[in-house]
Design a protein around this ligand. Sequence first.
Ligand SMILES: [Zn+2]
Length: 315
Amino acid sequence: MAVLGIDLGGTKTAGIIYHQGEVVERYLSTTDIASSETVIQGILSACASLLESARAHGVKVDSIGLGIAGFIDFERGVVTEAPNHPLHETPVRDILQESFDIPVAVDNDANVAALAEARLGAGKGSRYLVHLTLGTGIGGGIVIDGEVYRGAQGAAAELGHMIIDENGPICNCGARGCLEALASGVAIYKRVEELSWTKKRSPMLDEFRADPLSFRAEAVGRHASEGDGLALSILRDAGKHLGVGITSIINIFNPDAVTLSGGLLGCFPFMEEEMRMTIDGMAIPISRKHARILTTTLGEDGGTLGAALLALSAR
Ligand SMILES: [Zn+2]
């Protein structure tokens, strides 16, 4: 018995075949976001390629799980809105089920990453886990006793859209001052951009001004490690906002683990101190005492492993 897991990101599509607790096949390609048709075609090609490899090795795949960055109606298997893809009200589950004639489950990418972290990763053994994916945006997932908490429509745990400052910067979702608008890759990029309009000088700003379109938020971590004071202060501010967000998570959920993953973890060493000081200073002590804050042990595999675990529940 094997399952297929796909992690559909804004830039790449990764997939695995998971069989008896092991990854036995891998797939990786760039995501073509030209239109919803090209995105769907990319998912179909990834699944077809992995199913073919599995067949060639005599492995029968029983179900497919998909993690997609965006707002997902889990009950209907529909991507309602995806900021990094042209998917809008797209019935991804039914399209795949009709193409391959096996059960399919579609969920938010951070929900499946949370599932992987709770069952296989840093949060293994925890009963009440909250996961945050720190990347271009900030995703969230909640796993209670090994199962994802999805809410009434399957759209719960949008922790990146927890409001930290109601008068803060506008977020992708249209609200103001969400955690994502203050501590994500996009937020960090925008802060560098704002500083680039001032007369301030620093190696980070020189790099940004030379080629703003190629600049990535992850570079702020590199500049911080090389002693750029502006880079360091941007990451400390982001760390403080993250700490405010995690304080609310701890106060609301009383989790035994808060796990973190994502492309922004390279910047995390410069965010961590402010984050921990903020949480220690503000969270309800009894909850704070028992909440371990951990970084992922699954590396970039969290998304595909989580999608494979989701597939197991689709059968
Ligand atoms: Zn938002």
